[in-house]
Design a protein around this ligand. Structure first.
Ligand code: UD1
Length: 343
């Protein structure tokens, strides 16, 4: 039997794609998720792709007692911690909810690790910790600036909590992964991004507009200091991203970490503007997208893309999928949702 990995937030967008890759690499997966922003139906999609149903427990990671019982029941070898609230705007409205969810969950996991001899944790962080970069591409040594939102602050604080705990001599290792902008879906279209309500993120808004659920995409600003005036991001394929988690778990549990805490940017290394991404969507879907330029969205970074050399050289991981294939996968997923009558 393969090593047993706890995946918190495993029914979510990045979590579900990672569970597939873990199972395909021979790991045994236990998912916990409170289903606050995902559905247990995702388990069917995972099972259809891998032929194996992951163990699932509907739990909130902030519930220390329930988590203790879970650790007692399973002998986890490692953890990948995705479970968190992630909407930037909502975090400004509900800061305490964000601090409670995102900080208490991690603290509970870290407290349980030495108690149950769990050796390593991969943490989902974000390029949001860099704020507005002084220069692009941005590498892992860049200055961490004051966070723009409570959400961003929880990612910064969580990184510090991990560093402090490890430096206190805790017998654990950690790999912190800073994601740029994950997009796309599994090529099978069995799993993908499933935002509840009106999407906040660009790609689900594009595909929902393309299929007619939304009338028109609003492009937030065309007066930025960029070649076409729209914001620039590093859009990274979600399956590529998921694979980096398997490599990280292999590395940590195989005793290959060079330091107790390692940090890696996960991006393609290429910046693409919002308007360029819309063009890619129009190409792969073969239809024009109804969009209009509106004013800037508060809190948006003008431009950011990754220097992914460390992940490329140290992890041996590299983004492989083209932006065309990635947008095509997002479109295929949106069409599958329509066929199934989900939305
Ligand atoms: C943000 C966070 C990121 C977080 C992610 C999760 C920052 C800097 N980034 O990414 O850490 O993990 O949310 O939700 O805080 N756009 C439109 N119209 C739309 C939607 C988006 O024009 O309807 C534009 C935005 O202005 C932005 C780009 O598309 O320029 C990407 O936006 P989005 O997908 O929301 O991601 P980020 O804000 O980059």
């Amino acid at each position: 039997m393969g090593k047993k990995i706890l995946v918190t937030g495993g029914t979510g967008y990045i979590g579900s794609h990672t569970v597939v890759e873990l199972q395909q690499a021979g790991y045994e997966v236990v998912i916990v998720d409170n289903l606050s922003n995902s559905s247990a139906d995702v388990l069917e999609g995972i099972t259809r792709i891998t032929g194996k149903r992951p163990i699932f427990d509907k739990l909130d990671c902030a519930d220390a007692e329930a988590m203790n019982a879970l650790f007692k029941k399973h002998n986890f070898d490692g953890i990948i911690h995705f479970a968190a609230s992630k909407a930037v705007g909502e975090s400004v409205q509900k800061p305490l909810m964000y601090y409670r969810n995102n900080l208490v969950s991690l603290i509970n996991l870290l407290e349980l690790m030495p108690k149950y001899n769990v050796k390593g944790i991969v943490f989902s962080s974000s390029c949001t910790v860099y704020g507005e970069p002084d220069a692009n591409p941005i590498d892992e040594n860049a200055l961490i600036k004051p966070a723009e939102s409570p959400y961003g602050n929880t990612k910064q604080i969580n990184e510090e909590i991990i560093q402090d705990f490890v430096h206190s001599g805790a017998p654990i290792k950690s790999i912190i992964l800073r994601y740029f902008n994950p997009i796309g879906a599994h090529p099978s279209a069995e799993i993908g991004e499933l935002p509840i309500g009106v999407p906040q993120n660009l790609v689900p808004y594009i595909t929902q507009t393309g299929i007619g659920i939304r009338k028109q995409l609003s492009v937030f600003g065309d007066d930025y200091n960029t070649p076409d005036g729209s914001c620039i991001r590093d859009f990274i394929n979600v399956v590529d991203l998921a694979k980096a988690h398997v490599i990280s778990i292999d590395r940590m549990l195989g005793g290959k970490s060079e330091q107790p805490v390692e940090i890696f940017n996960l991006g393609t290394g290429t910046g693409l503007s919002v308007l360029e991404l819309i063009k890619v969507f129009e190409e792969v879907s073969g239809k024009p997208l109804n969009y209009k330029i509106v004013s800037r969205r508060e809190g948006d970074i003008e431009q950011i893309w990754a220097q992914p050399d460390r992940a490329n050289n140290v992890l041996g991981w590299k983004a492989k999928e083209t932006i065309e294939d990635t947008m095509a996968s997002a479109w295929k997923w949106q069409q599958r949702l329509k066929e199934k009558g989900v939305m």
